[in-house]
Design a protein around this ligand. Structure first.
Ligand code: HEC
Length: 175
C-alpha cells in the first residue's frame, strides 16, 4: 500500500514537472514569435511618428499600415523580407535613384517635399507639380496629379488619416 502511494506521488510529480516544462516552452515560443519582434519595432529610435512610418511602415499609434503592390498582400513582404517601407525604395533620404528589382532596373523618384512640389519636378514628370492633396492620392491611390496611375512597384498604401498626416509632415523635413 505504502509503495503504491509513493509511486502515485512520483507520477504526479513527473506530470507536474512535465507540465511546467511544457508551459515554459510555450511561453518561450510566444516570446520568440510575438514579443521579440514587437520589442524590435523601434519606438524611441525615431523622433517622430512620420519618420518611423517612413523607415518601418509601422505607426507609433499602433494603427495598421499595409502596402498593396498587386499580386496580393504578401507580395511586398516576400520581396523585402517583411519590412517594406518608403525607405526601402525611395532611400533613407527620400531622394530615390536606381533600384534593382526582379532583374529589372527601376527608376525611383525623389519624394522630398521640395522635389515633389517644385516646378521642375512637374515638368520632368509631365504633369503639374504635387500639392499636399495630390501627394496623399499618390500614396494611397497610386495616381499622379494628372490622374495617371503610378507604375509598379509603387504600392497603394492603406493607413489612417493621422498616420498619413505624420508621414507627409516628415517628407517636408527631408533635405
Ligand atoms: C517597392 C518600392 C516602393 C515603395 C516601398 C514605395 N514606393 Fe513610392 N514609388 C515607387 C516607384 C517605382 C515610383 C514611381 C512610379 C512611376 O514612375 O510611375 C514611386 C512613386 C511615388 C510617388 C510619386 C512621385 C512622382 O514623382 O510622381 C510618391 C509621392 C511616393 N512614391 C511616395 C511613397 C511613400 C510615401 C512611400 C512609403 C509609404 C512609398 N512611396 C513607398 C516605389 C516605391
Amino acid at each position: 500500500m505504502h509503495g503504491d502511494d509513493r509511486q502515485g506521488n512520483g507520477r504526479r510529480w513527473a506530470f507536474m514537472i512535465g507540465a511546467a516544462v511544457l508551459i515554459g516552452l510555450v511561453l518561450a515560443g510566444v516570446y520568440v514569435a510575438l514579443l521579440r519582434p514587437l520589442a524590435g519595432v523601434p519606438g524611441g529610435e525615431f523622433s517622430s511618428n512620420g519618420e518611423q512610418i517612413f523607415f518601418t511602415a509601422t505607426s507609433q499609434r499602433g494603427t495598421p499600415i499595409t502596402a498593396d503592390m498587386g499580386g496580393g498582400p504578401m507580395m511586398g513582404g516576400m520581396m523585402f523580407g517583411g519590412s517594406l517601407s518608403c525607405a526601402s525604395c525611395h532611400g533613407p533620404d527620400g531622394r530615390g535613384g536606381e533600384l534593382q528589382m526582379m532583374g529589372r532596373s527601376i527608376e525611383v523618384p525623389d519624394i522630398r517635399w521640395e522635389a515633389l512640389t517644385s516646378e521642375e519636378h512637374g515638368a520632368e514628370m509631365e504633369h503639374e507639380s504635387y500639392t499636399e492633396e495630390t501627394i496623399r492620392q499618390a500614396i494611397t491611390q497610386g495616381v499622379d496629379p494628372a490622374g495617371e496611375p503610378l507604375n509598379w512597384p509603387m504600392p497603394r498604401w492603406s493607413m489612417s488619416e493621422e498616420d498619413l498626416d505624420d508621414l507627409i509632415e516628415y517628407l517636408k523635413t527631408l533635405e
